[in-house]
Design a protein around this ligand. Structure first.
Ligand code: ADP
Ligand code: ADP
Length: 228
C-alpha cells in the first residue's frame, strides 16, 4: 500500500536575481512500512522536498498525496510525525516535559501521560535524566529527546530531516541503533533526508538518489553486484 505519493513536484524560490528552481519535476512513492532515504549532496533540494511532504512549505507545482489525500500546506496530519534537523527542544522544560509536550497538547490525562513518558524515557536510554533540562544534556541525548517527543505520538509516518547530522560519529551510530530497534518493533513508514551515504546504507530499506544538479532525481545511476 502506498502511503506517500509525490507526483511531478516543483518548487521555485524567488531570489534577488530571479527564480531558482529548487525542485524540478520530482516523483516517487513510499509504501507502507518502508524506510526510505532521500540521499543527495547539500543543496540538492532534500529539505525543500521533505518540507512540502510535511505540508510546511507551499508547492510551486505537482501533487503530494498521503494515504490518497492531497497534502494541504499548514494543515497538521495527526498520522505524520516530523523530526527536525536542529535542536528544537524547549529549554525551560525538563526532558519529561519536552517528551510529553505533544500528549499535553492532545489533552491526554496526567497519569496516562506520565506512564507513556516514562516508557519513552526508557526506550531512549535516558533513565535518570527525566528531570534534567536540555542544556544539561549532550547533543546526542538532546536529539534522543527530540526523537521520542515525536515517536511518543505514535505517528504512522515519520519524516526526518538530517536528524543526526549534528552528532559526532559515535553518538550517531548509537542513535542509528536506537532508531532501528524502534522501527523493527513498530514498522513506521519512514522518509528521511541525508547527505551521508553511510547513514542511508545503515538505516534505509530503499534509497532515492537526488542529483547534484538541484532538484532532479538521479535516474542514470546503477548499482551492480558481482561475485568473485
Ligand atoms: P538540501 O536540503 O538538499 O541541502 P535545500 O532543500 O535546503 O537543500 O535547498 C535546495 C536549494 O534551494 C539550495 O540551493 C538552497 O540554497 C535553496 N533554497 C532553500 N531555501 C531557500 C529559500 N527560502 N530561498 C531561496 N533559496 C532557497
Ligand atoms: P539545510 O541544512 O536543510 O540544507 P540550510 O541550513 O541550508 O538548510 O537552510 C536553513 C534555512 O535557510 C531554511 O529555512 C532554508 O529554506 C533557508 N535558505 C537556504 N538557502 C537559502 C537561500 N539561498 N536564500 C534564502 N533562504 C535560504
Amino acid at each position: 500500500r502506498t502511503r506517500i505519493a509525490v507526483q511531478g513536484l516543483m518548487k521555485t524560490y524567488n531570489t534577488g536575481s530571479g527564480e531558482f528552481v529548487a525542485v524540478d519535476n520530482v516523483s516517487f512513492e513510499v509504501g507502507e512500512g518502508e524506510f526510505v532515504a532521500l540521499l543527495g549532496p547539500s543543496g540538492c533540494g532534500k529539505s525543500t522536498i521533505l518540507n512540502m511532504v510535511a505540508g510546511l512549505l507551499p508547492r510551486s507545482g505537482g501533487r503530494i498525496l498521503i494515504d490518497g489525500d492531497a497534502v494541504e500546506t499548514g494543515k497538521v496530519n495527526p498520522r505524520v510525525g516530523y523530526v527536525f534537523q536542529r535542536d528544537t527542544l524547549f529549554p525551560w522544560r525538563t526532558v519529561e516535559q519536552n517528551i510529553g509536550y505533544g500528549l499535553e497538547i492532545a489533552g491526554v490525562s496526567k497519569p496516562e501521560r506520565a506512564a507513556r513518558v516514562a516508557d519513552a524515557v526508557g526506550k531512549a536510554g535516558l533513565i535518570g535524566f527525566g528531570r534534567s533540562f536540555p542544556r544539561m544534556l549532550s547533543g546526542g541525548m538532546r536529539q534522543r529527546v527530540a526523537l521520542m517527543r515525536t515517536l511518543i505520538l505514535e505517528p504512522e509516518i515519520l519524516l526526518m530531516d538530517e536528524p543526526f547530522g549534528a552528532l559526532d560519529t559515535h553518538t550517531k551510530l548509537e542513535m542509528h541503533k536506537t532508531l532501528l530497534e524502534i522501527w523493527e518493533r513498530e514498522r513506521q513508514t519512514v522518509l528521511f533526508v541525508t547527505h551521508d551515504l553511510g547513514e542511508a546504507l545503515t538505516l534505509a530499506s530503499r534509497i532515492i538518489l537526488l542529483s547534484a544538479r538541484p532538484g532532479r532525481l538521479k535516474d542514470d545511476f546503477e548499482v551492480s553486484f558481482s561475485r568473485p
